[in-house]
Design a protein. Structure first.
Lengths: 65, 488
């Protein structure tokens, strides 16, 4: 299951490369300019990705107090 | 006396009381004082790490940035998120190593990993030079907040002195425990205040978020997206990457990892912190709301946007509540910076000069250094002009130079030698200083393609650092190969 860790690369692509494709104000999404909405959505998705990595990471079972 | 003042005074007294109470029932030895006995659970570690997100810089600077520049402010949201992703993988090995070897500071980590007290001293000096302007910035912010939110009834100078005395007092008594307890009050208040302001102000003035952004785009086309040149997409991406790498290199952030009870605590935080960071979004909303409502602030005054709009919108008592929150955003990070700087001087400079010193002596000296460091910071706050701003901009780039040798040291077989690490850090820091002091950037190199001109100049320092590190490591590795192999 360690390969799931590679999901962590996705937020880097989304937030460093992604903006090149969404640098526009319209259409507004959730009331936000598109670029800001893209960043916000990816912050939420990043949190989810980290939760998935955490849940499948065997290290967290070994460390449990 | 006005309606706002009681709240501001109450916040200062609350911080003082919590800061003192935090030490109850604990023997304040060095381990308790600097790293909380390495016994903090997920919530306290979370608050210490989150403490770095909500400083006066984000409260005033984040809203001011959105107010004055618009879209470039988004980078703050993006780099923090990526730093937390990195933290999941990078911090647990650091924590484990620090616990095993009983480390107190970031400098200890380098000294121990590279088996080089000299490298420890170099790192400590880089850290201290970066930390002092950061502390000055907190004090400066405190002065501005008390001045504006108190409607001028307390001068910034008085506010800065009182704030510095309060922080120094509770840091001396409670160390990192004081920071953690006051962080509870700070984060509780900032959560409530910032979310309220970020929702209320756009609705009050524009009838909602979308109408607000539409109005801004109508009045200032392109304000909410990145510009084609200058602070462009290329600037954004290079800056996000660079600052994400530097984020945990701040010695007080690095040190707060040591307080964790287990590595799992740190990994859990990597899930929650990106979401928590979204509160910055509401800070941006305040700044955007102010753009069309209190126009005309320029230069350093853009940082006043939040308070100018608050004063225009609310009754004095509520401005006082916002001011009280602002005071806590200065005191809590200030306390961590103060403690970290005092620990570095006592533990890594004094102890390097007097290797016979035991933990009790170091602990006593660290506590005595707290008011000294606070005084130095107050002096620079009141006397220093623009130099401090320049120093602060350098500070972030300085600590980022620690990244390559830190990451390499986490590998099973470290490619970098101690000479390579030291040379890389010095070369990187020298490049940062040269670039900052001469004001050179890629825009002055006209033969470069336009996108490259927009790159964050910090990339150059990191590249110089890395190249020097590799070259010196290769050169010294050959000579030292037998000793290096024995140390594995």
């Amino acid at each position: 299951m360690r390969s799931i860790r590679w999901l962590a690369v996705v937020p880097f692509l989304a937030l460093i490369v992604g903006p090149f494709f969404v640098n526009r104000a319209t259409p507004f999404v959730l009331g936000l300019p598109l670029l800001l909405a893209w960043i916000v959505v990816w912050i939420i998705l990043t949190s989810l990705i980290m939760a998935v990595i955490y849940a499948t990471d065997p290290a967290n079972r070994e460390d449990e107090p | 006396m006005n309606g706002a003042l009681p709240f501001i005074i109450a916040a200062a007294l609350l911080a003082l009381a919590l800061g003192f109470l935090a030490s109850r029932g604990k023997d304040m030895n060095l381990e308790q004082w600097t790293v909380g006995g390495r016994g903090f659970g997920a919530v306290f570690v979370f608050l210490l790490l989150a403490g770095e997100i909500y400083t006066t810089f984000t409260f005033l600077g984040g809203s001011g940035f959105a107010y004055g520049k618009g879209a470039p402010a988004y980078y703050i949201l993006a780099y923090g998120t990526l730093a937390y992703v990195l933290s999941y993988f990078m911090l647990p090995p650091i924590w484990r190593y620090a616990k095993k070897n009983g480390l107190y500071s970031q400098s200890d980590f380098f000294a121990s990993k590279y088996d080089s007290p000299t490298l420890g001293v170099i790192v400590a000096i880089v850290d201290i030079v970066a930390l002092i302007p950061y502390l000055v910035l907190q004090f400066k912010g405190l002065g501005i907040i008390v001045d504006v939110a108190g409607y001028g009834s307390i001068s910034p100078t008085v506010a800065i002195w009182i704030g510095a005395i309060i922080v120094a007092a509770y840091v001396m008594v409670s160390g990192v425990h004081g920071s953690a307890w006051t962080a509870v009050a700070k984060d509780g208040m900032i959560l409530g205040i910032v979310i309220f302001l970020g929702i209320y102000l756009p609705y009050h003035y524009y009838g909602g978020l979308e109408p607000m952004f539409a109005a801004i785009e109508h009045a200032k086309p392109g304000f909410t997206v990145l510009a084609p040149h200058g602070e462009s997409l290329w600037w954004f991406s290079s800056t996000v990457l660079l600052t994400a790498l530097g984020f945990y290199m701040w010695p007080h952030s690095f040190g707060s990892i040591y307080t964790a009870r287990s590595a799992t605590v740190i990994r859990k935080n990597a899930i929650v912190l990106p979401l928590y960071q979204l509160i910055l979004l509401f800070v941006f909303f305040v700044g955007f709301a102010a753009t069309l409502q209190v126009p005309g602030l320029t230069g350093p005054h853009i940082d006043l946007a939040l308070f100018k709009l608050s004063v225009k919108t609310f009754d004095p008592w509520f401005v006082g509540v916002i001011g009280a929150t602002g005071v806590l955003t200065a005191l809590v990070p200030g306390s961590m910076i103060l403690m970290t700087a005092a620990t570095l001087i006592a533990n890594n400079l004094y102890r390097a000069a007097n290797p016979a010193a035991d933990d009790r002596q170091v602990s006593r000296i660290a506590k005595l250094l707290v008011p000294v460091v606070a005084l130095v910071a107050v002096f620079f706050t009141l006397k220093g002009g623009q130099t401090i701003v320049a120093l602060l901009l350098m500070g972030y780039s300085f600590v980022t130079q620690l990244f390559p040798s830190l990451v390499l040291s986490l590998a099973n077989r470290n490619f970098a030698t101690r000479e390579g690490a030291a040379a890389g850090i010095i070369a990187g820091v020298a490049t940062v200083a040269a670039v900052s002091l001469t004001g050179v950037n890629f825009h002055s190199l006209h033969w470069l393609p336009a996108p490259v001109q927009d790159f964050n100049i910090g990339i150059v320092a990191l590249a110089v650092n890395f190249i020097v590190l590799v070259v010196v490591s290769v050169a010294t590795r050959r000579v030292e190969a037998p000793a290096g192999a024995a140390a594995e």
